[in-house]
Design a protein around this ligand. Structure first.
Ligand code: IFM
Length: 441
């Protein structure tokens, strides 16, 4: 049996990722809280992981004690700016204390400025459909970055703009629950304008900042490679879902299935690419699915599925995502800003984790500049419309009692972080079922 270790470059960032609404609790002043109260989600966020009441400290301890050296979190716009004409200095001070707490524990912060939630006042005024949001977001970003810059220089403007626009405005699982592709595209254009404005503003406020956004990237394959219709639908879905932001950042033009938006100020607005990768899709042309533009998106029937079949374990997709990023933006640093799986009994997570770290290592060996990895997530948290039905944590959480229970994969991830690599011994211990695949004899 081979003995080997797949090492990562010195200084590689190892962390976990979270978002304010999913962990803080009692975020009552945003559109998601309102949406949850009207029965649109599987349970409500409630106290979530109770970070706002102070449990961030014990969770940062867990992260640091397990050898992590970085942490991705987001700030909540509705706390910092509870009304259009009011800033909450206490909320900003609380975030300063949290970020200071990360440094004290040897964790480099990566702060996301927008992760799916909007202040209620913004949602009531039309949210991201009105171009006026761009100036409002820029104002919020200037204020927040100005207040937190002592403790953070790595920023993510917007998390998964494609998911926000499509889920909220095309298939309606997110608030405001709209089914209208034209409105979705308009929202995505405003997100891009806001990202560009934030990028330039952050560099003015903090010239040494590194600024990017987090792209939810889904590699896609036609189900039947021989079928021109499957290939066509694959190309339409791929461009529509993945490419709006990346192509606009390359060219200043956002191309969508419904037309072009010229946004020249977006060109070149990234100092790194944040990649969120979970799974890879198989696309089929389906004549009987006009509602979804004659497309069926799925996974291979024999895939290794997560608890609710939300994710298929396809680690090669992380390799091809990184390859795409490295070829699209030669030399641009890449951070894997999210990757993880729902697995309540933790049977799947160790092999998912090991398989993805192995594929990331393969990518690093092509000298593609991957500089860090943030696992989603440290502790189970509120999974949006899916509520508490999906458990992504290295640690299990009982939201009622707030008791955290370590899952075995927390130890595996700690071993990876401490070693700055993945070894055959780790795979043998935590997920022997993939040993031969990862360390072939
Ligand atoms: O929980 C989400 C996160 O907020 C955005 N990316 C996907 C995660 C898992 O569903």
């Amino acid at each position: 049996m081979p003995k080997a270790t797949y090492h990562f470059p010195r200084g590689f960032l190892w962390g976990t990722a979270s978002a304010a609404h999913q962990v803080e609790g009692d975020n009552k002043n945003n559109q998601w809280w309102a949406w949850e109260q009207t029965g649109h989600t599987n349970g409500t966020s409630g106290r979530a992981c109770d970070w706002w009441a102070g449990r961030w400290g014990e969770d940062f301890e867990r992260a640091a004690a397990s050898g992590q050296n970085a942490q991705r979190l987001s700030v909540e716009w509705s706390r910092i700016q509870p009304a259009p004409n009011r800033w909450d200095e206490d909320a900003l001070e609380r975030y300063r204390v949290m970020l200071k707490g990360l440094h004290e524990r040897g964790l480099t912060p990566l702060v996301t400025l927008h992760h799916f939630t909007d202040p209620l006042w913004l949602a009531e005024f039309g949210g991201w459909e009105s171009e006026a949001v761009v100036a409002l977001f820029e104002k919020f970003v200037r204020k927040t970055v100005g207040a937190l810059k002592e403790f953070c220089s790595l920023w993510c403007t917007i998390n998964e703009p494609n998911v926000y626009a499509l889920s909220g405005y095309a298939h309606g699982a997110f608030p405001p629950g709209v089914n209208n592709l034209k409105r979705a595209v308009q929202v995505e254009a405003n997100l891009l304008r806001a990202h560009a404005a934030a990028y330039h503003a952050i560099h003015e406020v903090q010239p040494q900042a590194r600024v990017g956004y987090a792209l939810h990237y889904r590699p896609m394959l036609p189900k039947r490679a021989w079928s021109p219709l499957d290939r066509l639908m694959r190309n339409i879905s791929y461009t529509g879902i993945n490419m709006a932001f990346p192509s606009a950042i390359s060219t200043g033009v956002m191309k969508t299935p419904l037309g072009k938006f010229i946004i020249p100020e977006a060109k070149g607005t990234q100092d790194y690419l944040g990649l969120n990768y979970y799974s890879q899709d198989t696309i089929t042309f389906n004549l009987f699915n006009p509602k979804h533009l004659f497309t069926h998106m799925g996974f291979p029937a024999d895939a290794d599925f997560s608890d609710t079949k939300f994710i298929a374990n396809i680690p090669e997709g992380l390799y091809s995502s990184i390859k795409w990023a490295a070829h699209t933006y030669p030399g641009l640093p890449i951070l894997v800003t999210e990757n993880g799986v729902e697995s309540a009994d933790d049977r799947m997570r160790p092999r998912y984790l090991a398989g993805h770290i192995h594929q990331m290592w393969r990518a690093v060996n092509f000298n593609w500049p991957v500089q860090g990895y943030f696992h989603w997530s440290l502790v189970d948290n509120f999974e949006w419309e899916r509520g508490w039905t999906q458990r992504f944590g290295l640690w299990a959480l009982d939201p009622e009692t707030q008791i955290r229970t370590k899952r075995p994969s927390a130890d595996l991830y700690a071993d990876i972080c401490n070693e700055n690599g993945l070894s055959s011994d780790m795979v043998q211990k935590y997920c022997p079922e993939v040993f031969e695949k990862l360390f072939p004899s």
